[in-house]
Design a protein around this ligand. Structure first.
Ligand code: SF4
Length: 398
C-alpha cells in the first residue's frame, strides 16, 4: 500500500504544509558516545509515568493553542528508543491524539525502532496500535563501524529487525545510516548502501557523522576524544566520496535523493519531515521536544526528571519559547527549502516574509554559472555539487 495522495504545494513539490505531531520517547538501553539527542540510559523505563505525562502535556498544549479538532496529517514517535515502549502505551498516546485532533485517514504514523530492541510481536503490536511506518536506526551493517559508534546491535540483528517489520505487516519501512565514521572506508560505506537497498526498503536516510562541538546540542564523549586527538575521522574528501557512492547505489535501486540526506521511492518521502523543510507546523510533546506553531517556537526540558516534575505540577515543561520574526522565519525557510531536491521558490518566499529579492539575483546568477544550482519555474534547487556546500550557499542567500 502506498501513501494516499495529498494536495501538493507548488512551491515545494511536497505535500502542502499542514500540522503534524512529534512525540519524543527519551529512554535508551545505553547512551551512544556520539549521541546528542535528548536521550538517557535507563535500566527501568518509567513507562506508566511518562505515558501519563505525555497525555497530560497534550491536553494542556491543545487548550493553550486552541488546537482541538485540527487536522493532523502526520505523527512521528522519535527518540531515544521508542521501540522500548510497550505497544499498549504507544496506543494510549495515539488514542489521546485521535481524541484531541482530526487525524486524517491515511495519516503517516512513524515510530523509530532500534534493531536491538525489536521483534515481530512488538512490531505487530505497534501496527495494531496505529503505527503505519517504521524507521530503523541501523547506522551500519559492519561490526567495525557499529563498534566505533558504540552501538550494541550487529548487522545480522539489523537485517532481522527489517524482516520482523515486514513480517508484522509494515509496507513502509525506512532505515537510517551513518557514514564518515572513524576507521570506515569508502568501500565499507558502499557495502552498507548495497546491503541496505538489497533489503528493498521504501526510504533510506544517510547522515555524515557530526562531531563538531559547535553544532551539537550537548557535549558527547566521541567529540571530546576527537578534540583530544584520540580518534580521527575520515578527511573531507573521503566523506564526500562516501556520500556520492551512497547516493549512486541508492539511485540505482530506485531511491531518489529528495533531500540532502534522505532518499525514497516515488511518493514515499517522509511526510512528517516534509513539515520541517517546508515551513509546516508541528506540535511537539515529551522530553527535549521542539515544536513550532507559527510564529511560536518552543523547546521542552531535556532532563526527563525536570520534564516529569513540571508536567506533574501542572506546568508547561518548557525550557525556552520564542516568537520568530519574519526575518527568522524567512531564513529558516531558505535554509530548509534548499535542502530539498525540488528547492525553494525563493522570490515567492521573499514576498511572503517581506524580504527584498533583488539583491539576491547576483548570488543566484553566480550559483547557476558555477553549476551549483538550477532555476526552473522560479524554483531554485541545488545540484549535487551545491548540496555539498549547502550551508555556505544558504548563508549567502540570507
Ligand atoms: S540509541 Fe539513538 S537516541 Fe539512544 S543513545 Fe544511541 S543514538 Fe542516542
Amino acid at each position: 500500500m502506498s501513501l494516499p495522495s495529498a494536495p501538493v504545494d507548488p512551491r515545494t513539490g511536497l505535500e502542502a504544509a499542514r500540522l503534524g505531531v512529534y512525540v519524543h520517547f527519551p529512554f535508551c538501553l545505553s547512551k551512544c558516545p556520539y549521541c546528542d539527542f535528548a536521550s538517557t540510559a535507563a535500566k527501568v523505563v518509567p513507562e506508566e509515568r511518562y505515558t501519563r505525562a505525555l497525555v497530560s502535556e497534550l491536553a494542556r498544549r491543545v487548550a493553550e493553542h486552541a488546537l482541538s479538532g485540527r487536522a493532523v496529517h502526520s505523527i512521528f514517535i522519535g527518540g531515544g528508543t521508542p521501540s522500548l515502549w510497550q505497544p499498549a502505551n504507544v496506543g494510549r498516546v495515539l488514542d489521546a491524539l485521535a481524541k484531541a485532533f482530526t487525524v486524517e485517514a491515511g495519516a503517516e504514523v512513524t515510530l523509530e525502532a532500534n534493531p536491538g530492541a525489536a521483534d515481530a510481536e512488538r512490531f505487530a503490536g505497534y501496527r495494531a496500535a496505529g503505527v503505519t511506518r517504521l524507521s530503523l536506526g541501523v547506522q551500519s551493517f559492519a561490526s567495525s563501524t557499529l563498534a566505533a559508534l558504540g552501538r550494541a546491535h550487529d548487522g545480522d540483528t539489523a537485517k532481522r529487525a527489517f524482516a520482523s517489520a515486514r513480517a508484522a505487516g509494515f509496507d513502509n519501512v525506512s532505515m537510517d545510516f551513518i557514514y564518515g565514521v572513524q576507521g570506515q572506508t569508502v568501500a565499507e560505506a558502499e557495502a552498507d548502501a548495497r546491503a541496505a537497498v538489497g533489503l528493498g526498503p521504501e526510504h533510506l536516510s544517510a547522515y555524515a557523522l557530526t562531531l563538531d562541538q559547535a553544532s551539537l546540542a550537548e557535549e558527547v564523549p566521541l567529540a571530546k576524544q576527537l578534540a583530544r586527538g584520540e580518534v580521527r575521522l575520515p578527511d573531507d574528501a573521503t566523506v564526500v566520496a562516501m556520500q556520492r557512492v551512497v547516493r549512486d547505489v541508492y539511485a540505482a535501486a530506485g531511491l531518489r535523493r529528495y533531500e540532502v540526506s534522505n532518499y525514497a521511492r516515488p511518493g514515499l518521502h517522509s511526510r512528517h519531515n516534509a513539515l520541517y523543510w517546508t515551513g509546516g507546523e508541528y506540535l511537539a510533546l515529551g522530553v527535549g521536544a521542539t515544536g513550532f506553531l507559527a510564529p511560536l517556537r518552543y523547546a521542552n526540558h531535556r532532563s526527563a526528571e525536570r520534564y516529569l516534575a513540571d508536567v506533574e505540577a501542572g506546568r508547561i515543561p518548557e525550557a525556552s519559547r520564542e516568537s520568530l520574526s519574519p526575518v527568522e522565519r524567512f531564513e529558516e525557510r531558505v535554509a530548509m527549502g534548499l535542502r530539498l531536491a525540488n528547492g525553494v521558490a525563493l522570490e515567492a518566499v521573499c514576498a511572503d516574509f517581506g524580504q527584498d529579492f533583488t539583491p539576491r539575483r547576483a548570488v543566484i546568477e553566480h550559483l547557476l554559472t558555477g553549476g551549483l544550482a538550477t532555476l526552473e519555474e522560479g524554483r531554485l534547487a541545488l545540484t549535487d555539487a551545491g548540496f555539498d556546500v549547502h550551508s555556505a550557499i544558504a548563508a549567502r542567500l540570507m
